[in-house]
Design a protein around this ligand. Structure first.
Ligand code: HEC
Ligand code: HEC
Length: 200
């Protein structure tokens, strides 16, 4: 009887070597879990954080205003209107007839390779949508970038009136005298104005 009781209390003794080893193992386990948690948080931030910050680093409007407007028109919209035109499937300078992309890759404006892509896409989209916007919308709305950023938001991939909640694609079917594919062109240009907006 007494022997049995002694054995039972042995097992429960918190100072027994087995119990000490077990305690240490449990502690190490806890710290490993905590460490694992922080490492995974770090990884998640690295993966989610970097593309977002990269996408926001180049605002083409600012890029134009910093790197081109010193010698050309103050805003890219006016510049494109006065200096660029479409020739077949190319965009060329009105005076030189030179292709825009090769002009920029040739070192004009001193843009880095990534900036050339951003600038080219920006000027091309302005040329297409901008021509229509100037003809049909400018007289009442002023610059497209101002209209887009003050009146329109992007919700679930669609343009929606910031204050009216209207679907802008549907709205333009009966506003501004656009027809068929012209609506898509203007929508795309407005989307681009919003997509290239930095957090300001
Ligand atoms: C230091 C002044 C200067 C800066 C900065 C500059 N340009 Fe120019 N650009 C000129 C001059 C001058 C011409 C006309 C002479 C020529 O064709 O080289 C010109 C011509 C052009 C042309 C050809 C226009 C045509 O009608 O054929 C394009 C396109 C152009 N610039 C785009 C840009 C862009 C985009 C930027 C900004 C990244 C830029 N430039 C920055 C001075 C400048
Ligand atoms: C004759 C003047 C006039 C012209 C031209 C015009 N608009 Fe408008 N637009 C208005 C007025 C006025 C409003 C505000 C009244 C309203 O919401 O119906 C408006 C509102 C808008 C809105 C905001 C809609 C919302 O729900 O918040 C957008 C976007 C818009 N116009 C785009 C365009 C585009 C794109 C064109 C060219 C294809 C164009 N407009 C041409 C006068 C014009």
């Amino acid at each position: 009887m007494t022997a049995d009781i002694n054995k039972a209390s042995d097992r429960k003794d918190p100072n027994s070597p087995q119990a000490l080893v077990w305690n240490v193992l449990v502690r190490i386990g806890h710290w490993l879990l905590v460490l694992l948690f922080f490492v995974s948080c770090l990884l998640v931030f690295m993966f989610i954080g970097s593309p977002a910050t990269l996408a926001q680093t180049i605002d083409p409007h600012e890029l134009y205003e910093q790197r081109c407007s010193g010698c050309h028109a103050p805003h890219a919209g006016e510049y494109v209107h006065d200096n660029l035109k479409r020739l077949g499937d190319k965009i060329v300078g009105r005076d030189t007839g030179m292709e825009l992309r090769s002009f920029l890759t040739g070192g004009h404006g001193k843009l880095a390779p990534g900036e050339i892509d951003v600038m080219f896409a920006h000027l091309a989209s302005i040329l297409e949508g901008g021509a229509l916007f100037r003809e049909r919308c400018l007289i009442c709305h002023g610059r497209a970038v101002a209209l887009a950023r003050s009146q329109i938001i992007l919700r679930d991939g669609r343009l929606v009136g910031r204050y009216t909640g209207r679907d802008i694609g549907t709205f333009l079917e009966n506003h501004g005298r656009l027809k068929g594919v012209q609506i898509a062109t203007v929508i795309q240009m407005l989307e681009r104005q919003l997509a290239t907006q930095t957090a300001d």
